[in-house]
Write a protein that binds this ligand. Sequence first.
Ligand SMILES: [Zn+2]
Length: 167
Amino acid sequence: MDADETAWEQRSVVRVVPPVQPRKLAKVPFVELADGRLQGVVSSGSDIERVYVSSIAAGTHDLSCSTNNNRPCGALHGYACKHIRMLADEAVLQYGLDRVARYLRVEVPEGGHLMSALNGTPQRTPAAVVLSRFLRHLAYLEVPDSTEPLAELHWFPAMGPETGKVG
Ligand SMILES: [Zn+2]
């Protein structure tokens, strides 16, 4: 799209930035309803350097999960792996069950659980698109390695150019 976006996409290593506030975000640092999917990034339970890119497609409810290196998640076969379940839980926390269910076009019975109402099958979805969105999202949590002014950062009063060092 623009030079900025290309630069983000060329970064091959995802840096997992500590959340600004200590919250559940550490487990699921990124979740969004976009591109016809509930999609996001889930931290690996065992390896701090690794993240999983997980998604559930609206309508078909196809499930996808792969690492940041685009390797298929070994735990996703036939049913949702824990990464997709964590993503779904976080999405419900962030957006509310009604909104997530509407977006995915799924009927969740009263008192039911989102994942129980889905019966999609695993499909490969390229991780790169979600990852580039995640990296752009990270740009709002840290001051990027750039001297270009980032207009959106004025939302964060404590993060001026001089005080913006994270960690
Ligand atoms: Zn997985």
